[in-house]
Design a protein around this ligand. Structure first.
Ligand code: DAO
Ligand code: DAO
Ligand code: DAO
Length: 205
């Protein structure tokens, strides 16, 4: 089906376009090792970028380079994470026993370490504000969809199964979140390469 793409290891399917203008540029899998014993597949994810924004913000710098030249270009991913480009990472939960408590603690490890790395004056406060949205009454069974969207002005909006649960304006939080997927040590290397390739393709007119 050309209107969606399946993450092969989980079988999770992602629509190729979201909210009319966001294009799917990569899919991958978030694993986690528990007690150093085994790896569990936690969620599949899809990375989306607004095609017009990509052109608007990145054409001038990269527009005259071919996909061949641009693929594997880490500066392109850096610029994608930094610029005010509308993007969404959709998480599709695979692990069937996910508790809010594990989400909170994983979030503090993964996003928390990036918040530290990228600085920002109010990291503790940010982390607490963010973590406070993970209310214990939310249920996140297998198949749940969590959309983490950067809207204009570096506003991060979170929806769970289509319901908005919060939004927060923070460039460093947006940056830290996308770093998990397309930064220096991404959860899924192949997904990051696909994002670089497909964003480079969007820049060819
Ligand atoms: O059961 O404690 C356990 C292991 C579960 C690990 C969960 C990792 C959570 C990753 C973040 C999910 C974000 C939606
Ligand atoms: O995979 O380590 C990770 C963290 C991913 C970001 C998780 C954000 C989850 C926000 C939704 C909470 C739902 C209760
Ligand atoms: O204090 O404004 C507030 C409410 C906090 C809501 C936080 C929403 C966070 C959104 C997404 C983060 C993904 C890592």
């Amino acid at each position: 089906n050309s209107a969606s793409l399946v993450e092969p290891k989980s079988g999770a399917s992602f629509p190729s376009v979201l909210a009319d203008s966001k294009k799917l540029v990569g899919v991958g899998l978030r694993k986690k090792s528990v007690f150093g014993l085994k790896n569990i597949d936690v969620y599949a994810f899809g990375v989306y970028a607004d095609a017009d924004d990509v052109k608007k913000f990145l054409s001038e710098k990269y527009g005259d380079q071919s996909v061949e030249e641009l693929k594997g270009n880490n500066e392109l991913s850096e610029d994608l994470m930094e610029a005010d480009i509308r993007m969404t990472v959709r998480l599709q939960i695979v692990y069937s026993k996910l508790s809010i408590r594990s989400v909170r603690s994983a979030f503090e490890d993964s996003v928390g370490s990036r918040l530290q790395k990228f600085g920002g004056s109010d990291n503790k406060g940010l982390l607490q504000r963010f973590a406070s949205q993970f209310k214990d009454e939310y249920k996140i069974p297998r198949g749940s969809l969590i959309d983490l969207s950067r809207e204009r002005g570096h506003v991060l909006c979170t929806t769970i199964d289509g319901k908005e649960v919060g939004s927060i304006q923070s460039k460093v939080l947006c940056r830290s979140l996308f770093d998990l997927y397309i930064g220096e040590s991404p959860f899924d290397r192949q997904a990051k390469e696909d994002v670089q390739f497909n964003v480079a393709s969007l820049l060819q007119k």
